[in-house]
Structures are given as structure tokens and as C-alpha cells.
Design a protein around this ligand. Sequence first.
Ligand SMILES: Nc1nc(=O)c2c([nH]1)NC[C@@H]1CN(c3ccc(C(=O)N[C@@H](CCC(=O)O)C(=O)O)cc3)C=[N+]21
Ligand SMILES: [Mg+2]
Length: 302
Amino acid sequence: MARIIDGTAIAREIRAEVAAQVAQLRAEGTVPGLAVVLVGGDPASEVYVRSKTRACQEAGMHSRLLQLPETATREELFGTIDGLNADPDIHGVLVQLPLPPQLNAKEFLERVSPAKDVDGFHPNNVGRAFVGDPQGFVPATPAGIMELLRRERIDTHAQHAVIVGRSLIVSKPLASLLMAPGANSTVTLTHRHTVDLAQYTRMADILVVAVGKPGLITAEMVKPGATVIDVGVTRVDDPSNPRGYVIRGDVDFEAVAEKAGAITPVPGGVGPMTIAMLLRNTITAAQRVHDRASRKAKAGAR
Ligand SMILES: Nc1nc(=O)c2c([nH]1)NC[C@@H]1CN(c3ccc(C(=O)N[C@@H](CCC(=O)O)C(=O)O)cc3)C=[N+]21
Ligand SMILES: [Mg+2]
């Protein structure tokens, strides 16, 4: 039976660390601020956005939610982002995805100031992450996965990490982090066109699945003792549940937990880590602004 990795508990630890850093910054006169822009009323997005703003408040940070209607225009969303880029109380700006069909996400991700891009989706930060420049913001989900592995003492060195999915938000940055010096994994990236997915997943010492297809990974596809990280969060109708749905990962949890060495549950695995790392990126952004201001003040006093 696999060890179950408690992402909720680890995320709580990180949020406590963040709260301590926030207290320090506040004592020095800076309140870290995150703005979340939500366009339309996707029910899952509403849940995520609420957890993000609540987590900010619990950590002592300032948070602002900007809601635009489903019918928002390109110009309206540009205007909202430009306003936040110029706002000194806001250190992090996040445009919740997905956007309604009339809006092309790429244009808006490029509009966010790279210094406030705590999602790490701006090409400037994507590039920095790819070259291993610590000045760049690393997207919260892959950063959260690396932190889970580290805190659970799961060795990545010379291990074979197989990632299923090829998204810019999770898989590509995670591949880069896992193969970087210090992590030293051998990385295989697979996706919907991969022929015979199981032949790859069975070779994985660390298997990361970020597809959004419940039940995609069955026990036969997993090497005994492997670490399995499930990034899927799909709502599945369930009339027996008071909410009318349950959240499912991409992994057949019950069967795979019998075979794996360690596994993340859904919910309670990677999801809470994503939020904790977003807060961490936001205090990093705030700390940079703060340090720049105090250096200037000192130089002025001389
Ligand atoms: N600009 C942008 N940045 C994102 O980081 C971003 C996004 N857009 N769009 C959607 C995805 C998805 N995502 C999750 C965050 C938290 C949970 C999370 O907390 N999940 C809980 C369950 C939450 C629930 O009840 O639905 C858990 O797994 O335990 C999941 C998924 C961030 N994303
Ligand atoms: Mg081995």
C-alpha cells in the first residue's frame, strides 16, 4: 500500500511560512497584494478563485477579485490588466483561465507585467524558467509538485520521471525543473499522440499525470513502488453527493495505491500546493518591490 502524500498538510506548512514572511513585510510597511481577474462564471473557476483570495487573506495579504462579465471585450480586459499593472498596492496579477471563447488567452498573458506575473505564464518568465534564471516566476503547479517531492524526501536524482500531458501550465515547466541540475531526473514527456502510453508509464520511477481524464492511469500502467503525482481535477456528476458532483484525478486511485510507493490523492494532493505556491510567488514579487524601494530610500538618505 502506497504512502499517501498529504498535500493539504504540506500546503498548510508553506502557507504558515508565507504568513510569517508577510508579517515581516507588513512590519516594514509593505502589504503584499494579489489581484485575480475572473471573466465569466465558470463554476470550477469560481471555486479556485475563491480559494486563492481566501488563502491570501488568511496569510495576511491583500487580495482583490475583479470580475468581468462573460461578454467582456478585449479592450475591457486589457484595461483591467493595465490598471493592475500600474497599481502600487498590487504585486501579483493573475488572469484566471479558461477565458470565454471570444478572448485569446495568449494576448492577455502577455499583457501582464512580467514583474507581477505570479502565474509565470508570460513568455518572459517562461523563458527565464527554461534557462533556469531564478529571477523568473515558476508556475505554481509544477513548483508545488517539486516542493511536494522535496518535503516528502522523494529522490529525483537519476530517476526516470514520465509526464503525461504537454501543457504550458504544468508539463513543460515541470519537465524543465525535473531535468535541471540539482533535480537530475531523466524526463520523458508523453501526450495524446504517444503510441502505447503504458510502455512509457511502466518505466516511470516518478509518474506525473496532468491530462484531465478520470481513470486514465490504471494499476497495470504503474511500476511497483513508483511515486504517482495526480494533477487531474475533473468534476464528475454524482447525484449521491450533496454538491451534485465529485472531483476526480486522472489516476484510478484505489487500484494504483495498492501498487505505487507513494501517491497524491485528489482532492488534497497537488491542488492545495498550487495555491500555496501562488502565495509564495506573490510575496516574492512584493519582496522585490520592497527591497528596491528600501535601497532607493537608503541611497537618497546619503
Ligand atoms: N491563471 C490561472 N492560474 C492557475 O493556477 C489556474 C488557472 N488559471 N486555471 C485553472 C487551473 C487549475 N488550478 C487549480 C488550483 C487549485 C486547485 C485546488 O485547490 N484543488 C482542490 C479541490 C478544489 C475543488 O473543490 O474544486 C484539491 O485538489 O484538493 C485545483 C486546481 C489552478 N489553475
Ligand atoms: Mg531505479
